[in-house]
Each structure stands twice: as C-alpha cells, then as structure tokens.
Design a protein around this ligand. Structure first.
Ligand SMILES: [Zn+2]
Length: 283
C-alpha cells in the first residue's frame, strides 16, 4: 500500500463529512476498535454527519480497507486524547478503526454477553479466532473476554501503518486509543487482544539501520532537573536514580498520554522510567 496525495491505493474510498480540512502535524497513528462485528456499522456511522465521528481508515475482519478521510485532513477519532502535551490530537494524528466488538462478559450460566450485557450468538464471534481473558480497571473488576484479531486484518493494519510511516516521516509513535484517553479513562480500545508491540516494531523497521534504534529525546528542563517515576503519572514514586539533568539524551520506549517511558544510559548501568513528556524534546 502507498499513500499519495493523502489517499491510499488498495483502499475503497468512502469520504466522510466529519472532518476538518488540513492538519497541524503528523506525529502518531492512533489505533481503535469499532466495538462492532462488521465494517458496515462503522462505515455508515462515519458517512453521516449525525455520526459526529470519523477515522482515516476502517479495516474489516477479512482485511478489506475503506478510507474515509484524506490523510492530509483531520479525522474525528480521538478528540479528547492527550499525547505529549499540545492538545488537538486529531489534528496531529492518523486514526485507524479496526472492526472488533471489544470486550464481552461471561454470565453465571456461561453465556457470552456483549458490552451492553446482551447475549451474543456464537455466529457473531465466528470471524474472530478465539478470545483472551483479561481485566481492565477502567471497565471494572470483572474478568473480560476480548476477541482476537484475524491475521488477514492485522496484515492490513500493518500495511496501512507502513504506508503512513513512509508518507509521513514525522510520525514517531503508534498508540492505542486507551493510551491517549488518559484524562477521561473511558476508551479501552484496541484492548489487550491487539498486538500493539507488533505494530510498534514497524517504527524501528523504518529507522535508518545505522541508527541504534528508537527515538532519541533530550531533557528540556533548564530550571530544575526532570523527575523520573515508576509509572506514567505523579502518583507513581520518583526513582532514586533520577532526576534527569537538562540536556541529557534518553531513548523513548513507550508513550501513554502525556507520559513517556524512557531508557537512560546503556549497558549494565541503564535504567528505565516515566517522565512528563512536555520536558522531553526530539534530540
Ligand atoms: Zn477508539
């Protein structure tokens, strides 16, 4: 797949009215699930103004791709998302909606219930190759069942991400909707059944082989050193090996909302922790 003039070849075009013309930057790809069983419900929603949402791409379970927004325009998929500060995530990202119904519950009688706790016939789940069990504190304490993503669909998602990385060299991250909905803590897609690490590896595939791999960031905190913590938030403890001095170069490992996990140093003395992203700039 290749993107030229904002449109991908190999994708069916069905333009959505829910867009803003143009974009501010292209910094990340945001991956979502549709919370539906087929592409048509998402495509139809995004095709009407009443839907008030859109994404650049919708990926069906069999890997068929529909492009609904030109990649040079802004789609409405993560309006409340935060990513390295700066706001307006929609204007800074490409959104991919992947058809997957999201979490289900198992009733006390063994019945599978959807997120609205309505029974789901097994045939609806047939296209998905099994389910994994995992909790998500944003949903509650119940054990949830998450349908796996078919391989044909994942290959299509990889192709889209590769095409985006090639067309927009400024993209430095692939994140899930959950990773950026850190203020509201509402959206849990694409969920633990989605192989995010596999998609994020595409970022390093792209890197210059001469590079040691990964995005390098520089600590930009001239007034006081930057705290490094055990997790992505001020509620996590500061690491004893911090804080980090102004100008120090670190390796980016992961982004969650405004927080970035970094590796400091290399070899046996290296350590990892989380910093507030506003104080890290491209090195
Ligand atoms: Zn989403």
């Amino acid at each position: 797949m290749r993107i030229s003039g904002g449109w991908a070849d190999g994708a069916e075009r069905k333009p959505s009215p829910n867009i803003n013309s143009g974009h501010r930057s292209r910094e990340c790809v945001v991956v979502h699930y549709t919370a539906g069983y087929t592409a048509s419900s998402a495509v139809n929603t995004f095709a009407t103004t009443a839907g008030k949402a859109s994404a650049h791409f919708v990926v069906e379970v069999d890997g068929k791709v529909t492009q609904m927004v030109n990649c040079n325009d802004t789609a409405w998929h993560a309006g409340f998302g935060v990513f390295r500060g700066g706001g307006q995530l929609n204007a800074r990202s490409i959104g991919i909606e992947i058809v997957n119904p999201g979490y289900h519950f198992r009733s006390t009688t063994g019945q599978i219930l959807n997120w609205e706790r309505k029974p789901v016939p097994a045939s609806r789940l047939a296209p998905f190759p099994g389910m994994i069990e995992a909790r998500d504190p944003w949903v509650g304490s119940a054990n949830l069942l998450w349908p796996l993503y078919p391989e044909a669909q994942l290959k299509a998602v990889e192709n889209i991400i590769r095409a985006c990385l090639a067309a927009y060299p400024t993209i430095s991250e692939v994140v899930g909707h959950r990773d950026v909905d850190t203020v509201r803590k509402l959206k849990v897609d694409p969920g633990p059944a989605f192989p995010m690490a596999r998609m994020r590896r595409l970022l390093s595939d792209r890197a210059d082989p001469a590079d040691t791999g990964g995005v390098k960031l520089k600590v930009d905190a001239p007034t006081s050193p930057l705290n490094i913590r055990g997790g992505p938030g001020t509620n996590f403890d500061k690491l004893d090996r911090g804080p980090l001095r102004h100008g120090l170069v670190v390796l980016e490992l992961e982004v969650r909302g405004d927080w970035i996990k970094v590796r400091v140093g290399d070899g046996n003395s290296a350590f990892e922790g989380w910093c507030f992203g506003d104080y890290l700039k491209p090195a």
